[in-house]
Design a protein around this ligand. Sequence first.
Ligand SMILES: Nc1ncnc2c1ncn2[C@@H]1O[C@H](COP(=O)(O)OP(=O)(O)OP(=O)(O)O)[C@@H](O)[C@H]1O
Length: 816
Amino acid sequence: MEEEERAESTVPSCVSMKSDRMDEDRAESTVPSCVSLKSDWSKGGMIDFRSSEEIERGEHILSNWDQSAPPGESSCSQSGSRSGDAEMKPKQRGDLQEVIEGHKISLKRRCEHVTEGTNEAGSGTLLNKIYTELYITEGQSEEVDTQHEVRQLERTSKKNIQDTPIKCQDIFKVLSEQQRHIRVVLTNGVAGVGKTFSVQKFSLDWAEGLENQDISLVLPLSCRELNLIRDEQHSLLSLLHVFHPTLQKIRAEDLKTVWKLLFIFDGLDESRFSLDFNKHQVISDVTQVSSVEVLLVNLIQGNLLPSALIWITSRPAAAYQIPPSCVDRITEVRGFTDSQKEEYFRRRFSDEDLSKRIISHIKASRSLHIMCLIPVFCWITAIVLEDMMTRDQRGELPQTLTDLYSHFLRVQIKRKKQKYGGKQRPGKLTEDDKDLLLKLGRLAFEHLEKGNIMFYSEDLERCGLDVSEVSVYSGVCTEIFKRESVIFQKSVYCFVHLSVQEFLAAVYMFHCYTRKDTAVINQFLKYSEPVTSLDDFLRRALMKSLKSENGHLDLFVRFLHGLSLESNQRILGGLLDQTENHPETIQKVLYNLKEENSDEISPDRSINIFHCLMEMKDQSVHQEIQEFLKSEKKSERELSEIHCSALAYLLQMSEEVLDELNLWQYNTSEEGRRRLIPAVRNCRKVEVWCCSLSEISCGSLASALRSNPSHLRELELSHTELKDPGVKLLCGFLQDPLCKLETLRLKYCSLSETSCDSVASALKSNHSHLRELDLGQNQLQDSGVKLLCGFLHFPNCRLETLSSFRREGHTGTTYS
Ligand SMILES: Nc1ncnc2c1ncn2[C@@H]1O[C@H](COP(=O)(O)OP(=O)(O)OP(=O)(O)O)[C@@H](O)[C@H]1O
C-alpha cells in the first residue's frame, strides 16, 4: 500500500489539470484502506468494517464475474474471459477485488476536486458542487472540419430540433432497438466545451458507486500524458501500471478475466500520435510490447481485449483519425443550453443577486451570450463580471471579446498583487510583470504559429522564461498559464484555453509593433517592405490570417484589431505602449476592413473581417444589414462585399431557417455573391447558378452543405463550372444519412463520367431522398449514363426524374 502511494505521487492524475494531488493525500486518511477491504472480502462471516454501500459495490463486481455474458456482446469478446474466470481461485478473486476497490478509491480522489486553472494546494473546488449538466447529443451536428473552433461554436449555438440528447452517464447504454452493443464511443466537442469535465464526472460517478456499476474497471488515460511516453515501447499491461499505479498488482490474466473494462482516451487532439488503421502490427496479447500508437489502434479495432469498452474524446479537427467503421456511437458535447448557462452562474455564486445581475448582463450582450455556450467562456466571464460588479465599478461592462480578455488579464494581475502586495499604483503593472507577461506572449505567439498548445520546460527557456519564475507565477496567476501535469518529473504547460493563448499572442505582437521590432514583425508577415503605419500593419496581419488554411490566426487577428483601440490598451494598465491613436488612423483601419476584397479568400474566412470590425466597436455594417433585412425592396439595395459577409453571418446564425437563398436576388458583385455561401447552412432551397466557383468557394459550399443535411431540399448549381472535383467534394453531403435533398440540378457544370460515378456511389451508400437529378448538358458519355442507370435499379432509389440529355451528343437519357 505504501509503495503504491509513493509510486502514485510521481505520476499525474488521469485528469490532472482538474485534480489536486495535495488534496488526494489529505483525503487519504479518511478512506478505508485496501487492506481492510481485502480482509473483508476474503473473510466470509467475519465482522465487516465497510459501509453497506461499499459492500454493495464489492458484491456487484463479484457477481459480474459469476454472470454469463450480457446480451449483445460479441462472442469473441467473451471467449477469453469466461474460461479464465472459471479457473479463478477464490484467493485470486479476492486479490483482484481488492485491487479494484483500491483503484476506485484512488480514482475518486483524483476526480472529486477541480482546480480550474489554480494550482495552489487546497484550492480545488468539489466537482459535484460546480458541475452543471451539459448538452450532449448523439450524432454529429456539424461537419467535422478543421475550421477555427470559435467560428464553429458560433454556428453550433443553434439547437437543431432533430438532435437526440444523451446523458453523459448513458453513452454506453443501448437506447433504442436499432442499436447493437456499443463498444467504441467517440465524443467530439470544441475546445473548452466540457469533454474533460464529462470524463471526470463519469469516472467519479463510477468510483463513487453511483453510475455504470456494470463496468468493472474505468481506466482514464489522458492523451496529453500519453505523449510523454510516445517514444517508449510498452505493453498494454505496463501502460496501465505506469498511469494507474494502484493497478500494479493486476496481472495479464486479470485483464482478460474482468469482463468489462472501460478505457477512456481523453483529448485525442492533443496526442502527437499518428494512428494508422490500415497498416499496423496486430496485437492481441496484453503483454506484447509495442508503441502506444499501435496499442491504441489495436484496442480500438478490437484485436486487443475485444470486450473492452473504449471512449475517445477529441476536438472535431482530430476526430477524423478514427475510421467511422470502428465507432459504434458518436456523441457531441455541445456545451450549455440557455437554461444550463443560468444554472452554471447560479451554482457558481452563492450571492443570488450577483448571479442574477451577471445573467442579465450576458443575456443583454449577444456575443457574450453566444460565447457562454462554451463552459470555459462562462468561467472567464464569471471571473471578469464578478470582479467588475463587486467593486466600485463605473466603467462599461465588456461587450467585445478583446474587452473581456483584457479585463480577464487585468483581474489576474490584480489577484497577483493582492497575494504579494506591492507598492505600485493600482491598475499599473510593474516592469517585472510586464516582462513576464510579454515573454508568455512570445511563447503563446510562437507556438500559435506552429499550432502547438502544449509546451515543455525547454520551450519556456527558449522564450527567456525562467521555469521557477513561471512556477511562482503559475501559483498566483494560474488562470493565465498553468502547469498541466507532472509525469516522470517532466512538466507540461499550457494556457488555460486556446483563446487565452491567442489573446496573449496578440498582445505580444502588438507590443512588437509599438516597439518597432521589425525582425519579429517581418518574420511574421513574411514581407520585405517595412511596415509603415498601424493600418498597414493590421491590413497585412489580416491578409496573412485569411490565407491560413484552417483559420488558426482568426481569433488572434480579431484581438489584434481590438487592441488597437485606446480603450482596450488602457484596461491593460501600461502593458502596451499607447499607439498613434489619431482618429484618422482608426478610420483608415476601418476603411481597409470594409474594402478588403480578394477572390482568393474563402467565403467562410471572410466573415472574420466582419468580426474584426465588431472588435473595433464599429457597428455601422451590422446596423446597415439589420436595416436591409427589415427593408421591403431588398433587390434594389446595393450590397458591398463586407455587407455580404455580415449578411451571411447573420443568416447562418438566425433562429429561423431561410426558405430560399438565391444568390441572384442580391444586388452585389460576383465576389459579394460568393461571400454569401456560408448562409447555405441555414436554408431549405439554394440557387447558386451562373457563378464561377473557385476551388476555395467550392470547399466552402461543400462544408456549408455538410452542415445542413436536414433542412436542404433543393439545390440548383447549374452553370457553375463545378467540374468533377467540385462534384466529388459535394458528395460528402449526399452520403450523410441525414441528407433529405430531393432535387439536385447540375446542368452545364463541365462534368464527365467521373461525376456520374461519384454521384451514383454517394446515392447508393445511403437512403437517398433524391427525386430529381438533372445532369443535362455535360459530357457524361454512355459509360457515365450506364453508371447512373445502375443506381436506378438500386432498392434505395426513389428517383422520379433523371436527365442527362446532351443536345449534340449521343447520350439522351431522360427517365421519369
Ligand atoms: N459541466 C461543467 N460544469 C461546470 N463547468 C464546466 C463544465 N464543463 C466545463 N466546465 C468549465 O470549462 C472548463 C473547460 O472544460 P474542459 O477542460 O472539460 O473542456 P474540454 O472540452 O476538455 O477542452 P479541451 O479540448 O480544451 O481540452 C473547465 O475547466 C470548467 O471551468
